[in-house]
Design a binder for this molecule. Structure first.
Ligand code: MN
Length: 511
């Protein structure tokens, strides 16, 4: 018999905690819709108590998602649990995920609570959460460094209080597969009534073993895996959804469970998350990396041509590679454009937004012959980017580079509606452009990262630029896309400045 393995995606919560990966409500909605299409069982949509904006985003997601369960994180206190309960109210299926730290180091140094107090708080939070929903998950934060006897005790108590899923997180990414599997085996054997709840694993990738640890837990009875698209997440990230799902699917011979994920949606989801968060996927990343199914080496190629299974354990089509054919071009009409957006799960509010997006599409089609799904996603992202705040806006720019002379750039931009202009030299056209912008704004920010990725292939492809800026401890990622990478760079830089201008600081709990 094959058990169901529940896929709990936390891209919108843990993933969002990656430096600068915070997303707007519209971006979160687009990802949530795609996660539902992918067949994710539970979408952790955020942490409602972090800010009114976070609560609003969860609430909006809860309203539109039909099949997946929508979940909010909550620390084990009344304010957090109530905020989560309110945020998930419109959901057809809603879950509250409450947590408290259970390791000696966290209880003593962070919470300054005795173990008895921690149990009391956990039980109270679970009972309160049950007033809002029957679907309550409890996490023992830093379970990896918690004492087994204490874990058994607190899990026993929260089951009695009404928890239906028990999550065992390796918050700091410290475990190794054999130990993590053993931990689940012991917990399930020792906790009374362990058969009445779903056991869940949440692993971080600090030692590169998040997926391996998650799978070891599954082999020892876990039936929910918490993971993210592209392994996004705090520090080195979380277990990546695509690796866990494809490992279980590919090795049906050893796993006695399977997911109900539509694996052909994996690559489109990966690209969407990468484009929205500004976190590119490394080419050699399992499943979703550009090279994951490329068999370039002559010897391998020969084998693959003669018989595919000689080197391929999975089929590229099964995870959604190659699904994105050329969809549109210069002559595509408004109806076709609209229909394709709909198929991609992109909902634009009102005729005006459709018209604006269509105008940008026509602009792009003038510069680029074939328009792919990725281009459409980037175009809509760019549109959303403009909506974050347009305090800083690019009016016009020019950059010139020539061998034997210093590159120069001229930027005309508007700040709060007032136009200003500057010229600057730099090591290259992008450097000169950024210097010209800084001459005008004097932002006092530090540039932490600059990267360009092509959205599709070919030299006429759009370049997608990420600029990560930090100021006063806050970190944001700005993005911009254009067929001209210098223009894309300027857009990305201004987007980051606008985000710094707009956003407020939020609480970020670590589970
Ligand atoms: Mn985490």
């Amino acid at each position: 018999m094959t058990d169901k393995l529940i896929i709990f995606d936390t891209t919108l919560r843990d993933g969002e905690q990656s430096p600068g990966a915070s997303m707007t409500k519209e971006e979160k909605l687009r990802i949530a819709r795609q996660l539902e299409k992918l067949g994710v069982d539970v979408i952790e949509a955020g942490f409602a108590a972090a800010s009114p904006g976070d609560a609003d985003a969860i609430h909006s997601i809860a309203k539109v998602i039909e099949h997946s369960t929508v979940c909010s994180l909550a620390r084990a206190n009344e304010r957090d649990v109530r905020a989560a309960g309110e945020a998930i109210k419109p959901a057809r299926k809603g879950r509250i995920h409450t947590f408290i730290a259970t390791s000696p180091i966290h209880m003593e140094k962070k919470l300054r609570m005795t173990p008895d107090e921690v149990v009391e708080r956990a039980v109270a939070a679970v009972k309160l959460a049950r007033e809002y929903t029957d679907d309550v998950e409890f996490s023992a934060e830093d379970a990896v460094r918690s004492e087994m006897d204490f874990l058994v005790r607190i899990f026993d108590e929260v089951i009695k209080a009404g928890a239906t899923t028990l999550n065992v997180p390796d918050t700091v990414g410290y475990s190794i597969p054999v130990l993590w599997g053993e931990r689940f085996k012991q917990l399930i054997a020792r906790v009374p009534n362990s058969g009445k709840v779903i056991w869940s694993t949440h692993c971080h990738n600090d030692l590169g073993m998040a997926s391996a640890n998650s799978l070891a837990a599954v082999m020892n009875g876990a039936r929910q895996v918490e993971c993210t698209i592209n392994g996004l997440g705090e520090r080195a990230g979380n277990a990546s959804l695509e690796e866990v799902v494809m490992a279980v699917k590919t090795r049906r011979d050893i796993f006695s469970c399977d997911t109900t994920i539509d694996t052909t949606q994996i690559v489109p989801t990966s690209k969407l998350v990468s484009s929205i968060t500004g976190y590119p996927v490394q080419p050699n990343k399992a499943i979703v990396g550009a090279n994951a199914f490329a068999h370039e080496s002559g010897i391998h190629q020969d084998g693959v041509l003669k018989h595919r299974e000689t080197y391929e354990i999975m089929r590229a089509e099964d995870v959604g590679w190659g699904a994105n054919k050329m969809v549109m071009g210069k002559h595509s009409g408004r109806a076709a454009f609209r229909a394709r957006l709909q198929e991609l799960g992109i909902v634009l509010e009102g005729e005006e937004a459709v018209n604006a997006a269509f105008a940008r599409f026509k602009d792009l089609a003038d510069k680029k012959h074939d328009i792919f799904d990725e281009d459409l996603q980037a175009l809509v992202s760019d549109e959303g980017v403009a909506q974050v705040s347009d305090h800083y806006r690019l009016v016009a720019m020019g950059a010139h580079s020539e061998t034997g002379s210093l590159p120069v750039a001229r930027v005309v931009m508007s700040i709060g509606g007032k136009e200003q202009q500057a010229d600057a030299q730099g090591g290259g056209p992008v450097d000169a452009t950024f210097k010209a912008i800084e001459q005008i704004v004097r932002s006092g920010t530090e540039l932490l990262l600059y990267s360009v990725n092509n959205i599709t292939s070919g030299t006429d492809a759009q370049g997608e630029v990420t600029v990560r800026l930090s100021k006063g401890g806050r970190i944001v990622n700005g993005q911009g896309a254009d067929t001209d990478i210098v223009v894309a760079s300027a857009k990305a830089y201004l987007n980051a400045l606008n985000k710094l201008d707009a956003g407020a600081e939020r609480a970020h709990p670590q589970v």
